[in-house]
Structure formats: structure tokens, C-alpha cells
Design a protein around this ligand. Structure first.
Ligand SMILES: NC(=O)c1ccc[n+]([C@@H]2O[C@H](COP(=O)([O-])OP(=O)(O)OC[C@H]3O[C@@H](n4cnc5c(N)ncnc54)[C@H](OP(=O)(O)O)[C@@H]3O)[C@@H](O)[C@H]2O)c1
Length: 261
């Protein structure tokens, strides 16, 4: 039996075992996916080896440490500096980041995007910025405070805090804050957000459920998606790595969607 796990803290809510096991049961019955609560991220490599696993997903707050402990990091993860998927290859830990292309795959039917507003300036916002720049999208970031904007000065994008934000028109607005995760708050002042939405077409919240942000976007007539599709699509890409590209992407997606509510 080949074992896989997700490392996170907390991890009990994770749907990764559900979606990966759905694929494994159908197409790779020698593989099984579990969850592992990892409190001390500095132990990631040690625990990975003790568990004798063949691969892992990594979630909050361990993606940056995962990047550091891998023997090799490939693809866009190198630019992002964060790893959410590890595969053992010839005894080495090889790290990838499937979050960004998972996000992009989840909105692939919106093929006419050029201008994007990202609300929030944390780790996920940085990863998305790097992916969006690969597409040559025109990017604006607005964040509650000024401090975290410093992590974005290296990029050719517009940066605002709430204080100096100048509204423009956007194709896509993405909420990458945790506003709405455990409360009913919006990620920005309601009036400002209404004006933003009146000049936009699509809205995505990376939180896995319908949020006040998405409700307001729908009221104003935007097409919307929540973060569950990003979760599924990053999982599809991770599963392709876990199964060494032996299963077609469409089959993986179908098996995951069958079990995901
Ligand atoms: N769907 C998926 O697969 C997926 C993947 C990764 C992450 N996520 C979600 O993405 C969100 C952000 O994650 P992260 O790792 O980037 O977080 P992070 O690094 O902690 O950054 C949080 C950001 O949210 C802002 N913020 C927090 N509370 C806010 C509020 N009430 N109003 C306005 N802004 C607020 C912070 O602004 P300040 O700088 O002013 O504090 C900061 O910019 C989380 O909800 C996480 O669950 C989803």
C-alpha cells in the first residue's frame, strides 16, 4: 500500500482525503490518502519520512516550510516560495505548487479576462499574482493595511491600501482575505465594493463557501465562483503528480466531483 497524507494545522476539516481517495479507489487501489495534524512545521521532513509516505499535500500554515525542506522544487513553486504538494522521487522530496494553476483551471471558461482586482495581500494573493502575471493580466491589489503591500513591490502591478484605493473597472475581482470565513464581514467597505462590482464581470472568493462577498456580487449581477472549485482543481493537479500522470485529468476531476458536496 502506498500512503499519502495532508499536513496542516488545523486539518480535521480537510476534504483532501475524500477527493483523493475517490480517485485512488477507482484507478489506483494500492494507494490511500490520510490526514496528519502537524503542529510544528519544522518537523515536516522528519514526520514525512517516519510515515514512509509516497507523497503529501500541504496546507496552512506549512506551505513555506515545505518549500524549504524539499530536496528539489519544480515549476511555479520556485517563484512563489511555497509548496502545497510533495512527491517522493527516487528517495527525494520533490515540491510543487498546484494552487495557482488549480485556481486558473477553475475559471477556465471565463476566457476573456485581462484586468484583475485582488483584495488581500497574504500568501495566497502573492501566489495568484505570480500566476496572473504569467498570463500578462493587468493586476491591482487592494489591502486593508499598508504593511503587507511591501511583499508586492517587486511586481509590475498597482498597489493600494483601503486609504488610497482608486476604483477602476475590472474583469475579475478575487477575494483572498479571510473576511467571511468565520464571520459575516465583507473584505472591504460595502459602498466601495458595490462600486467595484458595478464595473466588473466575474467574482471569485477563495473561501470554500458562499460568502457575503459572493452574495453581494451575485446581487449586482456578476458571475461568481467560490473556492471549492479551486480546491478541487488544485487537487486534480496534485493527484496527477501522485499517480505519475497515469490517469486522465477528466477522469480524476469526475471522480472528485462525485464525492465533493
Ligand atoms: N480555496 C483554496 O484552495 C484556498 C487555498 C489557499 C487559501 N485559501 C483561503 O484564502 C484566504 C487567505 O489565505 P492566506 O494564506 O493568503 O492568508 P494570510 O496570508 O493570513 O493573509 C490574509 C489577508 O487577509 C486580509 N484580511 C484578514 N481579515 C480581513 C478582514 N476582516 N477584512 C479585510 N481584510 C482582511 C489581511 O489583511 P491585513 O494585511 O490588513 O491583515 C491579509 O491581506 C483564507 O481564507 C484561506 O482559507 C483558499
Amino acid at each position: 500500500m502506498e500512503l499519502y497524507t495532508i499536513f496542516g494545522n488545523p486539518v480535521s476539516h480537510s476534504k483532501s482525503p475524500l477527493i483523493h481517495n475517490s480517485v485512488f479507489q477507482k484507478y489506483a487501489p494500492n494507494k490511500r490518502f490520510t490526514k496528519t495534524l502537524l503542529i510544528d512545521g519544522s518537523k515536516l521532513r522528519e514526520v514525512y519520512q517516519q510515515l514512509r509516505i509516497s507523497g503529501a499535500s500541504v496546507t496552512v500554515p506549512h506551505k513555506e516550510i515545505a518549500y524549504k525542506v524539499c530536496d528539489e522544487v519544480r515549476g511555479i513553486a520556485k517563484k512563489i516560495g511555497a509548496v502545497n504538494c510533495i512527491v517522493t522521487e527516487k528517495g527525494k522530496l520533490v515540491g510543487y505548487n498546484t494552487d495557482v494553476y488549480g485556481f486558473l483551471d477553475s475559471i477556465s471558461e471565463w476566457s476573456d479576462i485581462e484586468k484583475v482586482l485582488i483584495i488581500g495581500a497574504g500568501g495566497t494573493a502573492r501566489a495568484l499574482t505570480i500566476g496572473f502575471l504569467e498570463r500578462d493580466w493587468d493586476i491591482t491589489i487592494v489591502n486593508r493595511s499598508e504593511k503587507r503591500l511591501e511583499n508586492f513591490r517587486e511586481f509590475p502591478i498597482k498597489l493600494y491600501s483601503w486609504k488610497d484605493f482608486e476604483i477602476a473597472n475590472y474583469d475579475l475581482v478575487v477575494n483572498v482575505t479571510s473576511a467571511g470565513l468565520n464571520d459575516d464581514s465583507l473584505p472591504m467597505d460595502r459602498e466601495v465594493l458595490e462600486k467595484v462590482f458595478q464595473n466588473s464581470r466575474y467574482a471569485v472568493d477563495v473561501i470554500y463557501k458562499d460568502t457575503p462577498f459572493l452574495q453581494l456580487a451575485k446581487e449586482i449581477g456578476l458571475k461568481v465562483k467560490d473556492g471549492s472549485m479551486m480546491l478541487i482543481y488544485q487537487g486534480v493537479l496534485a493527484n496527477q503528480l501522485f499517480t505519475n500522470n497515469q490517469i486522465e485529468k477528466e477522469k480524476i476531476l469526475k471522480a472528485m466531483l462525485e464525492v465533493y458536496e
